[in-house]
Design a protein around this ligand. Sequence first.
Ligand SMILES: *[C@@H]1O[C@H](CO)[C@@H](O)[C@H](O)[C@H]1NC(C)=O
Ligand SMILES: *[C@@H]1O[C@H](CO)[C@@H](O)[C@H](O)[C@H]1NC(C)=O
Length: 493
Amino acid sequence: MSDLALTILSALDKTGQIVDSRKAFPDVPSEQIQAAVTSLAAKSMVTYKTEEKDLWVLTAEAEDIVANGSHEMRLFEEVVKSLEGLKIADVGKVLGASGKLGQQRAFKNGWVKKDGDKLVKGVEAKPEDTTAEELKTIKETGTLADAKELADLKKRKLVTKTKLISFEIAKGPEFALTIKKLETDLTIDMVQSGAWKTAEFKPYNFAAEGTNPLAGALHPLNKVREEFRQIFFSMGFTEMPTAQYVDSGFWNFDALFVPQQHPARDLQDTFYLKDPVVADEPEDKTYWKNVRAAHEGGAYDSLGYRYPWKAEESKRLVLRTHTTAISGAMLHKLAQDPKPARYFSIDRVFRNEAVDATHLAEFHQVEGVVADYNLTLGDLIGFMERFFAKMGVHELRFKAAYNPYTEPSMEIFGWHQGLGKWVEIGNSGMFRPEMLEAMGLPKDMRVHGWGLSLERPTMIKYGVSNIRELLGHKVSLDFIESNPAVRLDEDLV
Ligand SMILES: *[C@@H]1O[C@H](CO)[C@@H](O)[C@H](O)[C@H]1NC(C)=O
Ligand SMILES: *[C@@H]1O[C@H](CO)[C@@H](O)[C@H](O)[C@H]1NC(C)=O
């Protein structure tokens, strides 16, 4: 127990009561007094009341004025001393920084006036230094009766307001001059020796707050991801197995009817593996041949791209540029036993892009595909409206776009309530027959696909403007620990 607590007890013993702790212990900060009295009060040794009031205190400049006179008075005295008048040009030399301030106020008060390039007395008798007097009063009493003057002094940065906390302390029922150490735990020793019978226990503090447990925290991206997963599950989707970052050019591009000379396949856009460089050929040789035919000579009522398709190119290993590589493989599997299906995935993809505030070389793609007989573009639009409504986006617009593997393709725009404008929220389309029929899916089975990034809605949701603060080595762990839970609602996209 602190010496301060003992000092308080002994003061109470002498005087019976401490009316104002600040007067009794002028040099002790009020937080220390508070700590001592609350701990004594917990043992019922004292009772106390807290009193708060506003107190005005002087700044360093004001202390100087109280000790040495106001700037205006210092100037007046210099002018009196100089007999001939004080050259205006010399004010700074004689009084330093104080001179300029003093000159303004001395003019205003009429204490000095100009005579050519000199300052001369404006009044005969030495005036009363009201500024210094008022500050003296504040120093002694903590306030000033004249509220207007007080406000003026505050504006001149001579006084500041603080809260004054003092305590009125009295003896409590358990008052004593020494402080008993209360037991906090019942120990085996106490039970064996019988000491528990006489021991005094500290009362249980039900109001105490627990310490924050040190535990892991979900990254914001994972929180938003979980919300998306729940939306997909609620609409009957199955999650695709996306736990592979590397795929062959075949699955990432060729199977999706992306021609081998497409710019997306350039080194500048896609990361190619150095070791190993190529994958094995796909096991399904018929499919392999069908894809080649669709690209090269045309098939399934399509002219194809009509270029020499190279097997080597399709075996090159890449860091997948989209999760559609997995969707393609899943649809190929579905073709073994075609029936309506709904798949989704949310996982990482890689693009060889210049890194800036909104782009990284890797990001997460949210993707959904729906396979069913005789689906139409109208079905896709209707489905998008239901899907995005679950995220709180109720107004959609569609714009025709181009994708190598979907036709028709549409960019999706949503009305953002918070931003008050249309924002692009995703991309969608009907997978091409060149892609689906090569897999062996029946002609009347159609597949919708759409995708969006996970980062964009997360950045909007958590107010992050630089993606590097969300993902990568610059992310503050504090941000991850303290960010709130998320519910997808109006301001998400
Ligand atoms: C009063 O003026 C003297 C001399 O300029 C200075 O040393 C002292 O600090 C001043 N007093 C206060 C309280 O600022
Ligand atoms: C799809 O439409 C075609 C042509 O209208 C029809 O012959 C076929 O039965 C439909 N398939 C299904 C599964 O409804």
